[in-house]
Design a protein around this ligand. Structure first.
Ligand SMILES: *Cc1c(COP(=O)(O)O)cnc(C)c1O
Length: 389
């Protein structure tokens, strides 16, 4: 139904959520906690940069919140993903299987390793990498050699890793993906940039693979200004820290670095912001889940738009609310009507295989990716804190 009346109702509904007549952004950060206090502490102590107590505290707090054995803070989510892929053993010339329905950072990080993404389709109910499509692509194109390494069936290219992404906070089918990765010897690295606070069968996303990564960019559920985190499985935490802090061997005065490392460490001033934000995360998740519930109820009785809901057995953080329109024409009318009314919405990312730098990458049938990419619209999703149930 591309009836502008229906959109007028939706716009009024959205304005009611935020009790605002002003421009409504897609996602705004909220600083209602101890942000100023913690950031001031770093300034007063002069420890704003690479040394300071908030970085360790933020890492420990994220590890204990997610249940990850170890968490290592980085300057942004892309850097976390780049380092995680190196830790997973991704080398120049390798292939890494991922989804085309993602933010470009996922594929940029694969490229930084000199590896190439392979695009496989997503599932309608998760918007994430489809285990069935992954299994079919591997059956057709891969072989598992006696050295335990997965290679292309008729060549020598190594298929090293698999990077699913939890789109808008909705968890992928992690049981399905884990078992296929185990069967084929692929390292599972979760891009959990959007899904901090989301649970799959009561366990945090980002903790199922060998490694997982988070982002604390300004538009994510909690922010450090810019920042990211590596969630490292057992045994990889120390190496993750080493690689992201210039690979310096511990010594009180001497500078000795034992490999080419990265200056990816999160500054203390950003970690201070992160510690304060993390204290409010469960509150944000509650508020966003309640908002999603109201969107779902409103849309089910007032329009032809289909609201995207969390997959069964999951708790989604509902980072960004999304609807699936009937077709591209309705998608465009919804984008136009909301823009004209000062309510920010946006289409989903251009699928990766259509971008110039990734158009030659190997890919499977991407029917669902294409179908969704013409129809998804994200709706305003900031946590309306005054409306916590
Ligand atoms: C935000 C995001 C990242 C990381 O972004 P940074 O801006 O580098 O922190 C990675 N992947 C996805 C899917 C994202 O949404």
């Amino acid at each position: 139904m591309s009836d502008s009346l229906a959109f007028r109702g939706l716009i009024t509904f959205i304005r009611d959520q935020y009790r605002s007549k002003d421009f409504i952004p897609l996602h705004a950060p909220i600083f209602h906690g101890r942000e100023k206090e913690y950031v001031s502490e770093t300034i007063e102590s002069t420890f704003v940069s690479s040394v300071g107590a908030f970085v360790n505290r933020f890492e420990d707090d994220i590890a204990s919140y997610t249940g990850s054995p170890k968490a290592v803070a980085t300057v942004n989510g892309t850097a976390a993903l780049h380092a995680a892929l190196i830790l997973a053993g991704v080398l120049e010339g390798d292939l890494v299987v991922t989804q085309a329905l993602t933010f470009v950072a996922t594929c940029n990080a694969i490229s930084y390793c000199g590896a190439q993404p392979v695009f496989v389709d997503v599932d309608r109910h998760t918007l994430g990498l489809s285990p069935k499509a992954l299994g079919n692509w591997l059956d057709e194109h891969a072989r598992l050699d006696s050295d335990g390494v997965c290679r292309t069936k008729h060549g020598q290219r190594v298929i090293r890793a698999c990077v699913p992404m939890h789109t808008f906070g909705h968890p992928c089918d992690l049981d399905g993906l884990s078992s296929i990765c185990a069967q084929w010897g692929l390292a599972l690295v979760e891009d959990a940039a959007e899904s901090l606070g989301s649970l799959y069968h009561e366990r945090h996303t980002g903790t199922f693979g060998l490694l997982g990564t988070l982002s604390f960019n300004g538009n994510k559920i909690i922010t450090t200004g810019g920042g990211g985190m590596i969630l490292a499985g057992t045994g990889l935490g120390a190496r993750a820290k080493h690689l992201t802090t210039t690979a310096k061997l511990p010594h009180p005065v001497a500078f000795f670095h034992d490999e080419v490392g990265f200056n990816y460490r999160l500054p203390n001033i950003n970690a201070a912001l992160g510690c304060a934000q993390l204290e409010q995360l469960e509150q944000f998740v509650d508020a966003k889940r309640a908002l999603a519930g109201r969107y779902a109820a409103y849309l089910s009785s007032n329009s032809g738009l289909i609201f995207v809901t969390e997959p069964e057995g999951c708790r989604s953080n509902y980072w960004l609310n999304a609807v699936v329109c009937e077709d591209e024409k309705e998608r465009n009318s919804l984008l136009d009507a909301t823009a004209a009314a000062g309510v920010m919405t946006r289409p989903v990312w251009q699928p990766m295989h259509l971008l110039p730098m990734f158009k030659e990458c190997p890919r499977d049938d991407l029917t669902m990716t294409q179908w969704l990419s013409a129809r998804i619209v994200n709706l305003p999703s900031s946590a309306p804190l005054d409306r916590i149930p």
